[in-house]
Design a protein around this ligand. Structure first.
Ligand SMILES: C[S@@+](CC[C@H](N)C(=O)[O-])C[C@H]1O[C@@H](n2cnc3c(N)ncnc32)[C@H](O)[C@@H]1O
Length: 291
């Protein structure tokens, strides 16, 4: 349910949206459907939400301390803003921020000292419920459930800063490309959009290795009691297609940084790395401006 009750009147307009995409069969060896993927995230959220967001092996089975968990968000957002400031790419006002795929609000909370109004959007009802509970000490954040593959709940050119990290990589690509289009639509002129996606899979697995890897992941998740039914897809995106979408929206990709977001030990300790340092996946942080 969309809740507008803590939402100040001068904030970006939020529209209610009920529709979802059609359901389809999901399977461990086939890409998940959009609806299937949401169901898996809801399963993760109900089972071990914090660990499903930051999958540090030492923190599984509810071992994340919530203060430490939220501290990782501050570390990440501080580093991103230092980088943006250094490159003169900060948004031109601090009215509003969107944290897309907000989970329990790790990054939304960290944005709260920098913006007048913060919107967190997620497709998992349990993530949204937890985000509301864990951040009820901050009046200017609101969390919204959105299970459509668009952001029709937000009006055009309404948001000063958009951030999305470790989210699009888990969403079926057709929907993610649509979300990138939507980010550009809702970005204000003078605003800054920053989103992370993997752009290459360096593992170069053959079919046999791929099946073994998927089985191993399934075994690992099952051992910790989380994965009898749930799994995370990792999707890779096409740089040219992203840039076309951005350009068609009269926005510009002004920089692309390689990051450690896809590392197992990421834990919010973002590093801007050289391409040669990437392992497993090449993770890219796109920085987009609308003028
Ligand atoms: C790895 S977590 C990252 C959470 C948050 N960005 C952070 O870094 O703390 C991925 C999040 O994406 C959400 N998600 C998955 N599919 C989504 C979709 N189609 N729309 C919005 N959120 C989605 C999941 O529910 C989950 O909260």
């Amino acid at each position: 349910m969309l809740s507008l009750k803590r939402y100040p009147t001068n904030n970006p307009k939020i529209h209610r949206s009920n529709s979802t995409l059609s359901t389809a069969k999901t399977g461990i060896f086939t890409p998940m459907s959009y609806r299937g993927n949401i169901d898996h995230w809801e399963g993760f959220a109900k089972t071990d939400a914090l660990w499903s967001i930051l999958t540090d092996p030492d923190k599984k089975d509810g071992k994340w301390d919530i203060q430490d968990f939220f501290k990782t968000g501050e570390t990440e957002i501080d580093a991103v803003f230092d980088m943006l400031k250094g490159e003169n790419l900060l948004p031109s006002d601090n009215a509003s921020a969107l944290d897309f795929g907000c989970g329990v609000g790790r990054l939304s909370r960290a944005l709260s000292g920098r913006f007048t109004s913060i919107i967190g959007v997620d497709a998992s009802p349990t993530m949204i419920e937890m985000a509301n509970e864990l951040n009820n000490d901050i009046g200017h954040i609101s969390f919204h459930l959105n299970q459509t593959n668009d952001l029709r709940l937000i009006q055009d050119e309404n948001i000063s800063f958009i951030y999305s990290a470790i989210v699009l990589q888990h969403i079926p690509p057709a929907a993610s490309y649509n979300f990138i289009d939507e980010f550009c639509r809702i970005l204000k002129r003078g605003g800054t959009l920053v989103f992370q996606v993997p752009v290459a899979d360096l593992r170069r697995l053959n079919m046999f290795q791929l099946i073994r890897t998927k089985l191993k992941l399934r075994e690992r998740l099952t051992r910790i009691g989380i994965g009898k039914k749930y799994h995370m897809d990792m999707n890779v995106y096409d740089d040219k297609r992203i840039k076309n979408i951005v350009n068609q929206n009269r926005c510009q990709v002004v920089d692309v940084k390689f990051t450690n977001h896809t590392d197992k030990a990421f834990n919010g300790a973002i590093r801007f790395i050289k391409l040669e340092e990437a392992t497993d996946f090449v993770s890219a942080l796109y920085i987009v401006k609308k003028t």
